[in-house]
Design a protein around this ligand. Sequence first.
Ligand code: FAD
Ligand code: MLT
Ligand code: ZN
Length: 474
Amino acid sequence: MLQPASLDLLIALRELLGEAHVLTSGDLSAYEQDWRKRTRGQALAVVRPSSTQQVADVVKACAQANVSIVPQGGNTGLVVGGIPDNTGAQVLLSLQRMNTIRAIDADNLALTAEAGCVLQNVQQAAEQSGFLFPLSLGAEGSCTLGGNLATNAGGTQVVRYGNARELCLGLEVVTAQGDVMHSLSGLRKDNTGYDLRHLMIGSEGTLGIITAATMKLYPMPAARLTAWAAVPSVAHAVKLLGLAHQHLGAGVTGFEMMGQFALRLVDKHYPQLRVPLWQDTPYCVLLENSDSESEAHARQRFEHLLELALEDGCVSDAVVAENLSQARNLWHIRESITLAQAEEGLNIKHDISVPISSIPRFVEETDALLTREISGVRLVNFGHLGDGNLHYNVQAPEGCDTQAFLRDHEDRVNALVYQSVKRFKGSISAEHGVGSMKVDSLPHYKDPVALALMQRIKHALDPQGLLNPGRVVR
Ligand code: FAD
Ligand code: MLT
Ligand code: ZN
């Protein structure tokens, strides 16, 4: 039975948005269940505003009724941060109808888009105007620009272009009070006090609701070449990264590492992708070289790098994609690891970073700890080596009941991995965020003064605790 206050709020929301955009029945799993299907919540209502003003009106109505709000974009987040809790008392605010590209400003190399724009559509809009919007990740067909900014998403081009934060020039944000902060100017320099944009980016919907953003564009490279290399060890992969920086300079736009078991899963679940070189090597690397001159120039530099690496022994074999379709297939293999892992069953997911120089020792020591702890454990190690960021995932031994594995081992495995991250002065969340999955671990690994400041900022900006409560900080 709904309380009278909740019924009043539903009436108010229907008046604001229309009956069709306040959903309370039917199949709401697309909004209420997380992407990995680990958690299912229940919302009082799913609301779908179509303008910044409507978002502001919804926030005001919820504030008056003291009902909390969970903002959601594409619901591809991996830390259970964008779905409602199970109380049936929260409003799930989907930004998906706010999907207009508002402007492309060629002289300022900038694009302004609404928060609900799907990332791939933003990339395509930039490309149609002759520019590159470099943010790129496996979920780009359904994640949204607002979600990317709210999580400060990384992806596969960070090594050259930075993460979502570094690509953002300005934001439009609805505050917890329902006011609109208009900061979409797109200025490249503005030192008029605290940069609130950076406070909002990565705040996972806990400080404000992003409704639009101005993002950087780049000139389209003349050529982008992709290579796939077998490397004898993680240390050799790190050495190859150093060689790539030395010989390609700013041309290094992607540097991903994939362990043999991660590739075995892709081969098992998607054999049509024909994963190259994986059977005879513990790790493969995917490298991308972008060049502003020509394809011939790019190819010559790339082949020179690979020859040096083969001579040096840090690469044992390599293929360079001959054309765009081969390059796309290599990237598709890399981006299918998450899906292949999901096909294999639930696993314990990590998204850690340590200094690049420490990655070989981190992997060696953590692998040893886990294999000693759980006999037959399978390690799915892959990620953005160019950024020192690994998705160091832990899969149950073959044939083991995954639910039982998670129940019995998840806390211990997390503690072992996070302690190892701490020893190497790393971070327990490099790109996916904290959400509700890591909120209780954070106090053990975050500087206490930094955490206390985060709590005070949350309280100052959202004293009623209306925006995504229980996520990031408690
Ligand atoms: P959601 O999942 O809807 O929300 C994520 C968080 O942001 C929630 O806390 C939500 O409340 C908040 N939020 C969403 N929209 C807004 C808004 N407009 N205003 C305020 N808060 C908001 N992530 C990476 O960083 N790098 C990767 O390489 C990567 N690869 C992925 C591959 C796959 C196959 C999948 C499934 C996920 C991947 N992710 C990756 C994680 C995820 O896609 C990103 O975190 C993405 O940025 C989330 O966008 P979204 O629109 O789906 O956000
Ligand atoms: C990736 O890099 O593919 C993602 O961050 C998704 C994942 O960790 O599974
Ligand atoms: Zn990633």
